[in-house]
Design a binder for this molecule. Sequence first.
Ligand SMILES: Cc1cc2nc3c(=O)[nH]c(=O)nc-3n(C[C@H](O)[C@H](O)[C@H](O)COP(=O)(O)O)c2cc1C
Length: 353
Amino acid sequence: MATSSFLDRLGIDLPIIQAPMAGVATPQLAAAVCNAGGLGSLGIGPSPVDQARQMIEQTRALTDRPFNINLFCHAPAQPDAAREAAWLQHLAPLFAEVGVPVPASIQAGYPSFIEDDQIFDMLLATRPAVVSFHFGLPSAERIQALQQAGICLLATATNLTEARQIEQAGLDGIVAQGFEAGGHRGMFDPTAEDEQLSTAVLVRLLVQQVSLPVISAGGIMDGQGIRAALDLGAAAAQLGTAFILCPESSANDAYRQALQSERAATTRMTASLSGRPARGMLNRFIAHADAPGSPAPADYPIAYDAAKQLHAAASQQGNHAFAAQWAGQGAPLARALPAAELVQQLVKEWRGA
Ligand SMILES: Cc1cc2nc3c(=O)[nH]c(=O)nc-3n(C[C@H](O)[C@H](O)[C@H](O)COP(=O)(O)O)c2cc1C
């Protein structure tokens, strides 16, 4: 019952959400999931406003169903020249390996939604059916304005405290993101002690102790996983890694190959690629940057600039050893199917399980 009224609120038929994945989810991917009866999502956290608007328009051209637009609500980056210099010095052997100089400086490549008026105005003008927040919440004024525009609002929680803040802020649902999940961990304060709750424990905690519908995220790769999430009381399941191999995603060949290799079985939670904890496939960058005795990375997303510059130089030489290849613990179960087929397969497994 709770599930069907939440799905009605979202305007979708199936309890399946394709996770917002900045840099991986495309209008084609999101629209294919929407047209198959789920909720497609686009991560516009790092996108400039014109690009974000274009992605929304492209999605609208491909589907008349509701979709979700996801934003990053991190505390604005704190530049610290000494910390950044120490971080660049730590990464110097990797730049030397690629044969390019260490950058003279690094900076945040994008602002937080909490200080981005252009994206806020664009959302009020374009009015996507669903908007979701990661890394925290925007101001009460912004939440109210988006709700008054008729937008359904979701936010990620990694523990009960964050979930209660989302409940108090009056949102419509909570994405319960377990430690298994691929990509960035949605924790509000990345310096806080992390209990590293698994998806199953977190979902049960929130279903029992918070009044909002709970969306289970982290490690769900098939219909059996969706069934288990619903049995635990979740109103829907959000899958990220499961959709990376869809031809509609923008994952490059190296990323796809890694995900289909033995490397998929070895993921790590690391803050060294971007400055915030995120789960991806272990690679040379993580092995070096997280070695014992390493300094703290530059603040998020300043550290990301260093990793992106290194990867850009290396990938020109065909070397993808420094790429951020986000993936969850369930990565070996990812399937290379067109998104509509994958959704159909998920439904078959869920109903048959
Ligand atoms: C490649 C990738 C990119 C991601 N980018 C975002 C993002 O932009 N915004 C967001 O809220 N979550 C992002 N996530 C996390 C997902 O929303 C979700 O929590 C996660 O994918 C669930 O775990 P799973 O990958 O095991 O399914 C990303 C995940 C992946 C794998």
